[in-house]
Design a protein around this ligand. Structure first.
Ligand code: MGD
Ligand code: MGD
Ligand code: MO
Length: 551
């Protein structure tokens, strides 16, 4: 929103097949998005695209890179600014184009004037020649595609990391043409849809802002409710909700489809808050979960194969997912549960839908004239037009592969992010000398409510492990396979050491999937810190100070 003036995903997966250069930053799709990654490797093989990976670890993704920047955790803004510096210094920017595309190119030029690779090298730990080389690869690419993941987002400066990465695409004209631009791949299949339908605290359906009076009036009209009853101020984000429960201003909490007692940072705190909630309802497909354990009422929910609905993927493509099997026992689709409760509360008139198709059709009418206009999409059409990409305003519209080919943006011109590097909230010190990176493994999904039940997956990764560099391990006299204790100012876990040179010195990696139901001393998020991005409220899951000792 800061860069484009609105939530505006420009690219398509197809761009992978047209790029000369793909920059992957803080993202490990070899494990987290294997289908996409196979497509990336195939494109690399067929079209000879080069791959740059920025990651503190030599992940399976980084192992396939032409250039791997093994960056010091949390220092991406310094790297991005130095790359911008070299692009300008080496005259790799078409300045006329950059001024046409962006509103503040000359300000950026001044902003990065002193951000030489030598200076950035001291912050990022990267050789200055490598920074220069990568900048030249970006500057000389015919079409460069930028992909990133939680290594950028999950930081107290996550928005800054991302917008300074976008700078590199915008100043080199890598937008609105095949093979070029920022392709943000969402973590979960419905993440894009959450934004479109308004299921974030600051949004209404059709990518509208609750703070916009016209938006409230439009949506109030469609819903048949008085627009004055739609709150003009954004709702609370998850960290703010838990804070409010802690302070007693929220007394009742209804959690649908989340397990924060395992996945929120500093879970010792989160758990104690949830345990003290005056009235806690948890709606989940499984029980107990780390969260449902604290519930006064558990509502059994159907999961994805047991219900019908539309999902939107990261390239704005819509797919109809049809029910494959009936839900077991008393379980019902979330939607049905929500509607039943709404009716009990007296909102019968507003919740009398007979099918998800009826709801989809109402939602379509919310998108008229909006960037995500899907007026031309019906359940019937989705049976054949699989993955059709919005906007699709009319029935005869073919869908939109990539946006901004006319280079007209929601905010007029693109905005470049002018930011400085700032350290993570916690730095290594004498007591806690190592930096903890958490992330995923291929064999487990999130808090393991599902993958934890699959024997083969559990055999692959049965418990947390700690990746540690041989020199750090030596100093601690820790050997491969040793049981170690990892502790932070907030908690501690026990885990097996994996001594490996794929890890950066001074940092360790622990997969985050394990909560306190996995076993004693396994709740990985008991270590992480409640530090959040200033705009997006993403937790800083990739950097907190820890100590490792032999258990
Ligand atoms: N198997 C499996 N697949 C999944 C999921 C799962 O749980 N299991 N979850 C899904 C979801 S919801 C999501 S959001 C995605 C997440 O997918 P990814 O974003 O690919 O996964 P992560 O492991 O969180 O982080 C990516 C990388 O960021 C690196 N990193 C850490 N700190 C920094 C830094 O400061 N700078 C840079 N440049 N890199 C850094 C880490 O070393 C890590 O390799 O995966 C999705 N896919
Ligand atoms: N340390 C650390 N922590 C992290 C991360 C990290 O990289 N490091 N990654 C973060 C990221 S990117 C994410 S996305 C979060 C994920 O965090 P969560 O969303 O809290 O994790 P899940 O385990 O997916 O929890 C979803 C719950 O919903 C249930 N469920 C599944 N399908 C349905 C359904 O259709 N209806 C209902 N009602 N329930 C359902 C599942 O059984 C599960 O209990 O974790 C975050 N936590
Ligand atoms: Mo995620």
């Amino acid at each position: 929103m800061q860069a484009f003036g609105a939530d505006s995903p420009p690219c398509a997966y197809d761009d992978l097949n047209h790029a000369d250069l793909v920059v992957v930053s803080g993202y490990n799709p070899a494990l987290s998005k294997p289908v996409l990654f196979r497509r990336l490797l195939a494109a690399k093989h067929e079209a000879g695209a080069k791959l740059i990976v920025v990651d503190p670890r030599t992940t399976p993704t980084a192992a396939k890179a032409d250039v791997h920047l093994r960056i010091a955790p949390g220092t991406d803004v310094a790297l991005h600014n130095a790359i911008a510096h070299v692009l300008i210094r080496d005259e790799l920017v078409d300045e006329e184009e950059a001024r046409q595309l962006t509103r503040n190119y000359d300000e950026l030029k001044r902003h990065v004037a002193r951000d030489t690779p030598v200076r950035a090298s001291r912050v990022t730990g990267l050789p200055e020649q490598q920074i220069t080389k990568v900048a030249r690869m970006i500057g000389n690419a015919g079409a460069a595609l930028f992909l990133w993941g939680q290594g950028l987002n999950q930081s107290r400066v996550g928005t800054r990391k991302v917008t300074t990465l976008l700078n590199l695409a915008f100043m080199t004209g890598n937008i609105g043409k095949p093979g070029a631009g920022p392709l943000a791949v969402a973590g979960q299949s419905g993440a894009m849809a959450l934004r479109e339908v308004g299921a974030l605290p600051h949004l209404l359906p059709g990518l509208r802002l609750v703070s916009d009076a016209k938006a409230r009036s439009d949506i109030g009209h469609i819903w048949g409710v008085d627009p004055n009853r739609i709150a003009p101020q954004p709702g609370k984000t998850l960290p703010e909700i838990l804070e409010a429960v802690d302070q007693g201003t929220i007394k009742a909490l209804w959690i649908i489809h989340a397990n924060p007692a395992a996945t929120f940072p500093d879970t010792g705190w989160a758990r104690s808050v949830l345990a003290r909630t005056e009235f806690l309802v948890v709606q989940d497909c499984y029980h107990p979960t780390e969260t449902s354990r604290h519930a006064h009422i558990v509502l059994p929910a159907a999961q994805w194969g047991e219900k019908t609905g539309v999902v939107t993927n990261s390239e704005r493509g819509l797919n109809l997912a049809r029910q494959a099997v009936p839900p077991p026992g008393e379980a019902k689709a979330d939607l049905e549960i929500v509607m039943e409760i709404a009716r009990e509360m007296g909102f019968d008139r507003h919740f009398d839908y007979a099918s998800t198709e009826e709801i989809f059709d109402e939602y379509r009418s919310c998108t008229t004239g909006r960037p995500c206009d899907i007026g031309g999409v019906t359940y019937q059409r989705l049976a054949t037009d699989k993955g059709i990409q919005w906007p699709v305003p009319t029935a005869d519209h073919p869908g939109t592969r990539r946006r901004f080919t006319d280079r007209r943006f929601p905010g007029g011109k693109l905005a470049l992010g002018l930011h400085r590097h700032e350290d993570p909230a916690e730095r290594p010190d004498q007591d806690y000398p190592l930096l903890l990176i958490t992330g995923l493994v291929a064999a487990q999904f999130h808090s393991r409510t599902r993958t934890g039940r699959v024997e083969r997956l559990n055999r692959a990764v049965p418990e947390p492990f700690v990746e540690i560099h041989p020199r750090d391990a030596d100093e601690l006299t820790v050997e491969n396979g040793d049981l170690v204790e990892v502790s932070s100012r907030r908690g501690r876990i026990k885990a097996r050491a994996r001594v490996t040179a794929t890890m950066r010195e001074g940092a360790i990696f622990v997969p985050y999937h394990f909560g306190d139901l996995a076993g004693p001393d396994q709740a990985v998020n008991s270590l992480t810190i409640r530090s959040f991005d200033e705009f997006a409220h993403q937790p800083e899951f990739k950097a907190c100070a820890v100590r490792v000792t032999k258990a």
